[in-house]
Structures are given as structure tokens and as C-alpha cells.
Design a protein around this ligand. Structure first.
Ligand code: DLL
Length: 429
């Protein structure tokens, strides 16, 4: 089935020439520095290096600005990074995670308008049209997924069914009865929906879904193929994080060859996480974003811990923005197994290439003696699946024990899937 989507561009800013884009970025960077000058963390850092809005002369001067990390946000909990008086704040959200304190982020009314526009851009790039009905199965709450996509869809003028996450049998009933055209959730939840539909005797490909916009967690190309087949739709990837704005930082166009970064609002850098030096285009590194237009909580050089590569080639869709690859993993998710570095996504990739493996897996790591032991629990969907797991070793370079477990035995997610259980940390401190 070929995908036919008329190429529609929401905002002319997506097609600016490099020169005009960079001019705009520089102006906005200066304004941004002026807005955060009285945020204590930045005030202190700027004082040390003598940065003022006036002496930002080129985009290269970005490198004179400090990085901001999650730890910095925690140290200034809850609102130490607020750059406007509290009465100007229109909304708060928080980073994901159910334990401990969240990291709060804040939006002014203008920030909310911008956020809706940025989500509208990638939704339209991925086929959303005003006549569509969109089923949103993201959590509505502190998590940015539900509200971010909600206002984006509204901006495009399509109808929203704010199903929120959970109660999967009910989601299927709603999808069937309301004949939604577009599904919005995490990719792992989409698989969960397909599975529960089949259990209920509903063929997931018979639903009216045409497109899906998935984000919020890493997934692989093999997973995309599987979801598209199971649900009979075209799936698009979109990326974002609450500290930067939420969803809307980047998203795929119909070419599906990387996610266009909304560079008129976010300056992206890709760095080596150890040396902090920039890496070249197409090389994997940690993404760093500066949100140059946000009012309530602009963030300078935020270290995302997400590992991806940047593609600077022009895209066939006409957008001129840099594209980011899929996120290969997070620096804090990278597993070091007997000295070798492995991302859970590499294990997923190897798994999904083996016929008969279900896309439900859990990676368990133990250290019974001195050496790490990795077990991947995989659900099997047919007898074909044997011990043909040599591919796993070829892709990851590590030896893993594969435990075939019964269908339905691993926990399903309704939001971000938990793929790794690292038991080594318990005893090792
Ligand atoms: O997950 C924002 C979001 C919601 C994006 C819905 C897209 C759709 P946080 O809860 O702050 O915000 O988590 C951000 O999730 O640093 C990545 O590690 C991961 N992530 C988000 N989107 C993708 C994606 C939202 N498309 C963290 N691919 C980020 C891979 C993703 N990882």
C-alpha cells in the first residue's frame, strides 16, 4: 500500500533559507538571553563568562553560554528557572516519572499558542486535515503529551476525541463507534490497543484509522512496520521533551526520513556527551536544545541525554530544517554490559527481525557473581520462533540469554513502556 499524502506546509517559517533562518535565530537568541538574564542560574553563569545580549554577535557565541541539565532544574525546584512573574504563567506541566518530584515547566499564554502551532506543523506534515477525527490516547495531566497534541489538533481544525490513556477495551469501543481517522499515543500503547482489539474479536485493521502520530518513547523502524501492519495505518514519529516545550520539537513529514526540527524556535546542537564538543552531521551524539522564543521558562543549551544524529541534507518535502534521526537511546539508558555499550533499541531491532517474536520484551540484567548476565524475556507468537537468536548477538555484540515466555505474560504499557529491569544497581549502590 503506497502512502499518498498531499504535501502541505503549515507555516512558511518551515521553508526559510538557511541564511534567513540563521538571522532569525540570532535575533531570537539575543532576546532570549535578555529574558533569562535575571534567572539566578543564568545570571551567575553569564557573570562568570561576561555574556550579555549585546555581545552575542553570531550563532557561534551560543557556545559561550552554559549547558543546562536536569540536575540544574532539580536544584532550583520547583520554579527557580521561571523567567516571568508567576501571574504571567498560564499553565504548568511536569516531566514524566511517577516517583519523586517532577520537574515543573511553565507556559505563558503566548507559549501555549506557540506550542499549539508547533504541534499543528508536524500533524499537518503527517497527513492531518480539518475533516479528520483524532483519537488522543495520551495521558492528560502533568505529562505534556495529552494537552500538547490536543491543542495542536484543535489548531488544525480537526475534531478531537480526548480518550486519554488506560481502559483499553473502552478505547477500542470508542475507535470502532466513532470511526476516528487518526490515532495519537505512544507506539507501545498502539500495539497494546491492537492486541486487546483482537482479544475482543475486533480486527484492528477494520477500524477506520488512516494515520497515527506516535511519540514520547523510543521505537524502531521494525516496530513501525509491525504497528502499521497490525493497525492498517501510516505511522509518523514525533519527538519532544517537557523541558524544551513538550511534543512539537520535531516531527516527520510524508517523506519519513527523519524528524524536522522546528529550528526557528529551537537551536539544536549535537555533542559528544563526554567531551561536550560538537559532533559532525550524521554522527550520533547527545542532542542539546536552546528554546529561543519561550517566555515563561526559556532554556539554554538543555542537555537532553537523547542520542541521535542530525541530517542537514535538503528534504524532498521542501522544508529546509535540519532533521534528527530516531532516538537511538538515552545516555542514562545505555547499558554497559561487561564493558560493551548497548542500547535497548538495538536489542529491540534484533528481536523484531526474528520471525515469531512478539514486540513485547523485557531486558533483565543481573550480576550474580562478578559478571553481568542479560536475559531478554520475549513473548512468542508462534512455534517458528526457536533459538535463532544469533542475530541478536550480531547486532548487540553481547551474549544474551533469551527466555521465551508465554503470550500476554509481560506487562503492557498504556504510556511509556518500561523495557529494562537492571537489578545490578540494587546491591551495587
Ligand atoms: O514525552 C513529550 C512528548 C509527548 C513527545 C508526546 C512526543 C509525544 P517527557 O515526558 O519530558 O516529554 O519525555 C521526554 O521522551 O527526552 C526522549 O527520551 C523521549 N521521547 C519523546 N519522544 C520520543 C520519540 C515527552 N519520538 C523524553 N522517540 C525525551 C524517542 C522520545 N524518544
Amino acid at each position: 500500500m503506497a502512502m499518498v499524502i498531499e504535501n502541505r506546509i503549515w507555516d512558511a517559517a518551515e521553508t526559510l533559507s538557511r541564511q534567513n533562518l540563521e538571522r532569525l535565530q540570532l535575533d531570537r537568541l539575543r532576546e532570549c538571553v535578555a529574558r533569562v538574564e535575571h534567572v539566578p542560574f543564568y545570571q551567575e553563569a553569564f557573570a562568570k563568562t561576561g555574556v550579555t545580549p549585546g555581545n552575542i554577535k553570531s550563532l557561534d557565541d551560543l557556545r559561550r553560554l552554559p549547558f543546562t541539565t536536569k540536575a540544574d532544574l532539580r536544584d532550583h525546584y520547583p520554579l527557580g528557572f521561571l523567567a516571568v512573574p508567576r501571574e504571567k504563567v498560564a499553565r504548568y506541566h511536569g516531566s514524566s516519572g511517577t516517583t519523586g518530584k517532577p520537574t515543573f515547566v511553565a507556559y505563558t499564554q503566548n507559549d501555549l499558542g506557540l506550542w499549539a502551532d508547533l504541534c499543528a506543523r508536524f500533524l499537518v506534515a503527517g497527513g492531518l486535515r480539518p475533516e479528520h477525527t483524532v483519537h488522543i490516547a495520551f495521558g492528560y495531566g502533568l505529562f505534556t503529551g495529552g494537552f500538547g497534541l490536543h491543542y495542536g489538533v484543535e489548531r488544525v481544525g480537526a475534531a478531537i476525541l480526548p480518550a486519554a490513556s488506560g481502559n483499553t477495551p473502552r478505547q477500542i469501543m470508542l475507535l470502532e463507534d466513532m470511526q476516528s481517522d487518526v490515532l495519537v499515543c505512544t507506539p507501545s500503547y498502539a500495539l497494546n490497543i491492537a492486541e486487546v482489539a483482537r482479544e475482543q474479536g475486533v480486527d484492528p485493521t477494520s477500524l477506520s484509522l488512516k494515520f497515527a502520530h506516535f511519540g514520547g518513547e523510543p521505537w524502531t523502524e521494525d516496530m513501525r512496520i509491525q504497528i502499521e501492519r497490525e493497525l492498517g495505518l501510516f505511522a509518523f514519529n514525533n519527538y519532544g521533551l517537557s523541558e524544551v516545550i513538550g511534543p512539537g520539537v520535531s516531527g516527520e513529514c510524508a517523506a519519513r526520513a527523519g524528524m524536522h526540527i522546528q529550528e526557528d524556535h529551537f537551536i539544536v546542537e549535537c555533542i559528544d556527551p563526554d567531551t561536550l564538543e560538537p559532533v559532525g552531521p550524521y554522527e550520533y551524539g547527545e542532542l542539546v536544545f536552546t528554546a529561543i522564543t519561550k517566555e515563561a521558562m526559556p532554556i539554554i543549551r538543555y542537555r537532553t541525554r537523547d542520542i541521535a544524529a542530525l541530517d542537514v541534507c535538503p528534504c524532498e518535502c521542501g522544508r529546509t530544517t535540519v532533521r534528527m534521526s530516531r532516538v537511538k537511546g538515552r545516555t542514562d539508558d545505555m547499558l554497559i554490559i561487561r564493558g560493551a555499550n548497548v542500547f535497548p533499541s538495538q536489542i529491540e531491532e534484533a528481536l523484531l527481525r526474528v520471525e515469531g517474536a512478539a514486540p513485547h520484551y523485557l531486558i533483565e540484567i543481573d550480576r550474580p557473581e562478578a559478571l553481568d548476565e542479560v536475559t531478554v524475556k520475549v513473548e512468542v507468537i508462534s512455534e517458528i520462533f526457536s533459538d535463532r537468536m544469533s542475530e541478536m548477538q550480531a547486532v548487540t555484540g553481547i551474549r544474551v540469554k533469551v527466555d521465551l515466555v508465554a503470550p500476554q505474560s509481560l506487562e503492557r504499557s498504556v504510556g511509556k513502556a518500561k523495557r529494562v529491569m537492571d537489578r545490578r544497581k540494587l546491591g551495587d549502590g
